[in-house]
Design a protein around this ligand. Structure first.
Ligand code: HEC
Length: 153
């Protein structure tokens, strides 16, 4: 009887082994031996400076998303609004006039298009210059303002 119980336990262990192996992969996708807090990988990760210098032409440079490539077509107003402005203007963060809301945009549009362009380019109160998008060209920001205006008309 005891032998049968042992046998069943062994069979059970063997059958559950693949399941267990699968689940440790789910805990960490690092190879075994590199998962620990003091493994070489973890230590290097901790002591590496937050900023890294990446020169053009190096493979790491490909990961830097620096906006449009030189000579590329400017992005449309709608693209800029979706990528940048909607972060605040989508839900009205910090009192940003909500996209498409006529009563919020009405008094602002009444200031005139040029004033709105200037305020978007250089910022006004809690509206940051260019909406915080350093890689956006003036042309792209103006396009984005025109798109916002067109949505609120
Ligand atoms: C960090 C949040 C934030 C982002 C991102 C942002 N805005 Fe704003 N924006 C604001 C706030 C807040 C106001 C209201 C400022 C006020 O009148 O006090 C505002 C106001 C404006 C106004 C009206 C200015 C006026 O004179 O009444 C325009 C135009 C505008 N934003 C354009 C843009 C454009 C274009 C983008 C994207 C390129 C953008 N904003 C991204 C927060 C933001």
């Amino acid at each position: 009887m005891k032998k049968i119980a042992t046998l069943l336990a062994v069979v059970g262990l063997v059958m559950s082994a693949p399941v267990m192996a699968k689940s440790t992969k789910e805990i960490s996708d690092q190879p075994l031996g590199e998962r620990g807090l003091f493994s070489e990988r973890a230590v290097i990760e901790r002591v590496t400076l937050a900023g890294k210098v990446c020169l053009e032409g190096q493979p790491c440079a490909a990961a830097v998303v620096a906006g449009p490539a030189p000579g590329a077509e400017p992005r449309t107003g709608e693209q800029i609004v979706t990528a940048v402005c909607s972060g605040c203007h989508g839900a009205g963060v910090m009192g940003a006039p909500i996209i498409g809301n006529k009563s919020l945009w009405g008094p602002r549009i009444a200031q005139g298009k040029d004033t709105l362009h200037q305020h978007a380019l250089h910022g006004i109160r809690s509206m940051p210059p260019k909406g915080g998008c350093a890689t956006c060209s003036d042309e792209e920001i103006i396009g984005a303002v025109d798109f916002l205006i067109s949505k609120a008309k």
